[in-house]
Structure formats: structure tokens, C-alpha cells
Design a binder for this molecule. Sequence first.
Ligand code: NAD
Length: 330
Amino acid sequence: MSADGVIRVGVLGFGGLGQAAARILEPKTQMKWIAVADRKGYAYNEAGLDGDACIATVRDRGSVGYVDPYGTLSNNSLQELLEKANADGYFLALPNLPNTFMADVARMFIHSGWRGVLVDALKRTSAVEQLLQLQYQLQAAGITYMTGCGATPGLLTAAAALAAQSYAEIHSVKITFGVGIANWEVYKATIREDIAHLPGYDVDKASQMSDLQVEALLDKTNGILALEGMEHADDIILELVGICDRDRVTVGGVVDTRNPKKPLSTNVKVTGRTFEGKISTHTFTLGDETSMAANVCGPAFGYLKAGKTLHRRGIYGLFSCAEIMPQFVS
Ligand code: NAD
């Protein structure tokens, strides 16, 4: 943390979510965005990066490595940035393709000797399970790692953890999301990872699809991806904090890749039995005007701030979105 108490933040991955993250951080006074990496390069400025300039550079030239004068082109951008930058925490807005990628990134941080806060917006149960295996190594390395801290898992899982408090027993947690984006190309990794949940697809198959193949698939469905019974880490996250067994948690939704209007209202329904024996359902519904980017990146930085509070107290290791309250970033 800099002498003025401002948390210095890096964003790894500068696609749809990474660019939204830069815009969200712009007006914040408690956090300063100083570092960014994409597949082809990185940029670093201790005094702070300019979001608009970075976004324009990526649009025109394809990588933050071209940002003048702070960018560097590199095929090993994450490692090089980590060695150079003096960040307190990173938001990992990277694709988890293959499904082991985020755990590999976590291992890179562990071996680097860097100490600080990491936040991911991982989605798959099996990806969070890989991080669980690393929890003691993260702790020993002095890293406070917040996992599943986007929208789902993330905001909606945390809301479910809160809603569960009214009940003596939880019968079901049902998450239904609606996402509307104007153009799938802005969120390539998100869309490929969603395709991986469709019948007949898996992560390997989806990650190997060319852009043309993705477009051909979306043409067949009129741009709509309807997803149900998804392997989503909301289940393991709620199980780990003792709310309910994972098989009581279901996640599904509809993604419209050709219209920024949400096809349905994103919500989580938590059904349970109160101590008096009444069965009831709490529903938490997100405002339709809020975008996926707002509902992922907002919580991610709230958890980064909470992680920083833990880190300052010497509390390291792996934490999920349902274990810790996010802290609002001013
Ligand atoms: P994207 O495809 O738009 O961008 C990915 C970025 O990562 C690009 O800048 C790319 O250059 C960079 N990148 C890829 N491989 C890299 C490497 N090896 N080294 C450095 N940089 C690399 O991705 P997106 O659509 O913004 O999604 C990012 C992640 O967020 C996905 O994994 C997605 O599943 C996740 N997500 C989570 C939630 C949630 O609610 N939890 C919601 C939406 C998206």
C-alpha cells in the first residue's frame, strides 16, 4: 500500500472484464490502477495508468504492450509484470482456458515471492477445487487469495449466504442469470466458457473453437445461449461454508450475445425451513440495468479491498466470496 493508504491495483487480462475494471477504477480514490497485462504485453506506471488510453491502444493495436510510454511487448507478460510492478493486489480477469490456467497463475505467484491479494472471478467448481489444493501454499507464501468473487459465483453466492441466515435448514439455492451483450467478441473467454457447458461441448472443445466456429454456433441459436445445470462453483463455495450440500445448488441462465438488454432478470432464490417449521423463499434480484461487467468487477474490487484488510492483519490463504463480506471501494 502506498504511503497515502491507497491500494495499488493490477488487472491481469484486458478483454471485456479487464477493460471494464479499468473504467470502474478510474474515479476511485481508495484504489489506484497501476499495472495491466494481456496475452501480448503489459503496461506499468507507479503513478497510475490512463484507462481510456489503454482501451484505445488495445482497440487500435491489439495489446497494452503498445501503450506509450509505459507498455512493453512480451510473450511472458504476467511473469514480467509481476517482477516489475509494485502492486498490492491483482484482479485476475483472465480466461480460465484450459481449466487449469488460473491454478497455474496462482502457482506462478506463489513461486515468485510476491506477497499481496489476488482476486478471481472463476466459474467452474473443478477450477475452485484446484485452488483449494493450493490453500496452504498460498498461506505460506503470504498471499490472501479471494476466489469466486465475480457475479456468479460472487455477488449472488454472497447474497445466498446472507439469505440463508433466516433458516434452520436450506433446501435449495437456485441461481438464474440473464446476460445481454451487444457483441460476443467483447467477452470472448466468457462466451467460450459458457459454450463449454452446452450439451456435446466441454472446456477443451470450446477453447479450441475458432472465432468463426463460435459465430457459426451463435448463428444457429440466433445469438442465444441457454444454459442449465451448469458446473458452477457457487455449489462448492456454499458447501464449504456449511450452508447446504452442493447438490442443492443449481445454476443456469440465458446469454443473449446480440442485444445488451438482459433476456431475463438475474436472481437467486434461497428456499429453506425456519426454526418455526415454515418453508419460505428469499429472492434477491439484480437490477436489469446493471451489466455483467458492473456485477462482476464491482464485487471483485470489493473483495480485493476486504482481502487487503485481511492481508494487513497477517491473514493469508484461500477465501471465498461466501466467507468474507466485500468492502465498498470509494
Ligand atoms: P476476454 O476473452 O474478453 O479477455 C481475456 C484477456 O486475457 C485478454 O486481454 C487476453 O489477451 C488475456 N490473456 C489471455 N491469455 C493470457 C495469458 N496467457 N497471459 C496474459 N494475458 C492473457 O475475457 P473476459 O470475457 O473478460 O472473461 C475473463 C474471465 O472472467 C473468464 O474466465 C470468464 O469466465 C470470467 N467471468 C466470470 C464471471 C463471474 O460472474 N464469475 C462473469 C463473467 C466472466
